[in-house]
Design a protein. Structure first.
Length: 170
C-alpha cells in the first residue's frame, strides 16, 4: 500500500502530541502523533504511475492552512481524531485523485468515504468517550499549516517515507 499524506508543520504536530499526552501514562508516551492527514491509500499495481500523478498534481501547490475544529471518536475503527474543518484545497486534491485512481484506493479513502482527520489515539478496548473527554479539556480550535506531501509505504511494523513533495512558499 502506498499512501499520500498531507504533512503538518512542527508546531501543529507538537500541539496534537500535547493533546495525546494528556491521557497517556508516562510509560506509553513513546509513540508520537505524526501530524498528517491521509488523502489516499493506493492498493493498485501501478505505484510508479500513481506516484508520478501525485507529484504532477501537487507541483504548483503553495503551502496552505487548515483549521482543526474539534475532537471526535470514530467508533468503527476505535480511534480518537482531531477533525479539521472543510478545506477546499484538500477536497479538490482528493477528488482529483479519486477520479483518476478511485478503483485502486482502499475503502477509507475511496470517493465519498474519505473523512479527513488526524488520528490521536487507537484503543479498541478502552473507554473512548472518557478518554476523549479528558483530551477535550486540552483542545481548543487552532490553525495548522500543510507544508509538504509525502508518499509512504505501509510496512508490517510501521511505514517508510518513499518521497516528499515540497509545497511552494506562501
Amino acid at each position: 500500500m502506498l499512501c499520500l499524506i498531507a504533512k503538518l508543520d512542527d508546531a501543529a504536530s507538537a500541539k496534537l502530541n500535547g493533546i495525546q499526552k494528556a491521557v497517556l501514562p508516562d510509560n506509553e508516551q513513546g509513540k508520537q502523533v505524526y501530524g498528517h492527514i491521509t488523502l489516499a491509500s493506493y492498493l493498485g499495481e501501478q505505484e510508479t504511475a500513481f506516484a508520478r500523478f501525485c507529484r504532477e498534481l501537487l507541483a504548483a501547490i503553495p503551502a496552505f492552512e487548515i483549521a482543526y475544529e474539534r475532537l471526535e471518536i470514530l467508533k468503527e475503527t476505535s480511534i480518537i481524531v482531531a477533525k479539521p474543518g472543510d478545506s477546499e484545497i484538500l477536497t479538490t486534491l482528493h477528488r482529483r485523485i479519486a477520479e483518476k485512481h478511485g478503483d485502486d484506493l482502499d475503502p477509507w479513502t475511496k470517493g465519498d468515504r474519505w473523512y479527513p482527520h488526524t488520528t490521536l489515539l487507537y484503543r479498541p478496548d478502552a473507554d473512548l468517550e472518557q478518554i476523549c473527554s479528558v483530551m477535550a479539556r486540552h483542545f481548543s480550535p487552532f490553525h495548522a499549516k500543510v507544508v509538504r506531501f509525502e508518499l509512504s509505504r505501509v510496512l508490517p511494523d510501521g511505514y517508510e517515507i518513499v518521497d516528499q513533495i515540497a509545497l511552494l512558499p506562501q
